[in-house]
Design a protein around this ligand. Structure first.
Ligand SMILES: Nc1ncnc2c1ncn2[C@@H]1O[C@H](COP(=O)(O)OP(=O)(O)OP(=O)(O)O)[C@@H](O)[C@H]1O
Length: 242
């Protein structure tokens, strides 16, 4: 990885070094290295199939096989079983959102376990997401895409984790809803939350991200601070293909 100016100093909260990952015989991650500092937001970009989702899944121990090093606050995560991952302070909002379709909004919000102190109360969640308050008795099936995305984020906020991995939170959503999700992420940043986004929408990502990590063929090509995004746009278009 090429080191860039603007890189935060000090120990990382989440440290990933030379991470490899496989689906069966298929070797998908080829040595991913990245670091995420407390209170920081980074965005992973790369073309379809580059391995962005797989990187998030590997961090959460959701891959059949992975090798390398993952540390959270210095603690080795490689032997932590998948059901204990959240207890290390990390949560995941998958692209498919994973909310319970037959349960109502408030029921979905009651389910997540508390894994650390500081999880948001139902009242705090409804303050942050007024749309969810209005829809509290609606089943998941009746929610719009934006409401589902908000509920998926809200559920993680209930748990008390301090690091959240978000896979394409704006995908398929209308501009006004994207704006709302951006506002929510800015609120979370203010509260000191640490975020790793996979996001193809640069206009959205530049508002919330402190640094970008450019991914190709299962590894990180380079990282740079958001202040350099404009200067690197041609290169990004070349690699990301958008
Ligand atoms: N469940 C799976 N089984 C086998 N191969 C998979 C599986 N999921 C993803 N892959 C393969 O792993 C590679 C990386 O996919 P991944 O979904 O991580 O990419 P991505 O960068 O997130 O792109 P996208 O935006 O398309 O999701 C691709 O070649 C994909 O075909």
């Amino acid at each position: 990885m090429i080191e860039a100016p603007g890189r935060p100093q000090g120990p990382a909260l989440l440290e990933v070094r030379d991470l490899h990952g496989w689906y069966g015989e298929s070797h998908v991650l080829h040595g991913v290295s990245l670091d995420l500092h407390e209170g920081e937001t980074i965005t992973l970009v790369g073309r379809n199939g580059a391995g962005k989702t797989t990187t998030l899944r590997a961090i959460m121990n959701l891959l059949p096989r992975r090798e390398g090093l993952i540390r959270i606050a210095g603690a080795d995560m490689m032997k932590v079983p998948v059901h204990r991952t959240a207890y290390s302070g990390i949560g995941y909002v998958p692209e498919e959102r994973g909310i319970f379709a037959t349960l109502t909004v408030s029921e979905n919000l009651m389910l997540p376990p508390t894994v650390a102190p500081g999880g948001m109360s139902i009242e705090e969640i409804y303050d942050l997401f007024p749309n969810l308050a209005e829809r509290r008795d609606s089943p998941g099936t009746k929610l719009s895409g934006g409401e589902q995305q908000m509920l998926a984020i809200a559920r993680i906020l209930r748990t008390g984790v301090k690091i959240i991995l978000l896979d394409e939170p704006t995908e398929g959503l209308a501009p006004v809803i994207i704006q709302r999700i951006g506002d929510v992420l800015m609120e979370l940043k203010k509260k000191g939350m640490t975020l790793l986004l996979v996001e193809q929408n640069f206009r959205f990502a530049r508002k919330v991200a402190d640094r970008f990590f450019l991914m190709e063929d299962g590894h990180i090509l380079e990282s740079f601070p958001t202040s350099e995004l404009d200067a690197r746009m041609d290169r990004l278009h070349e690699v990301v293909g958008v």
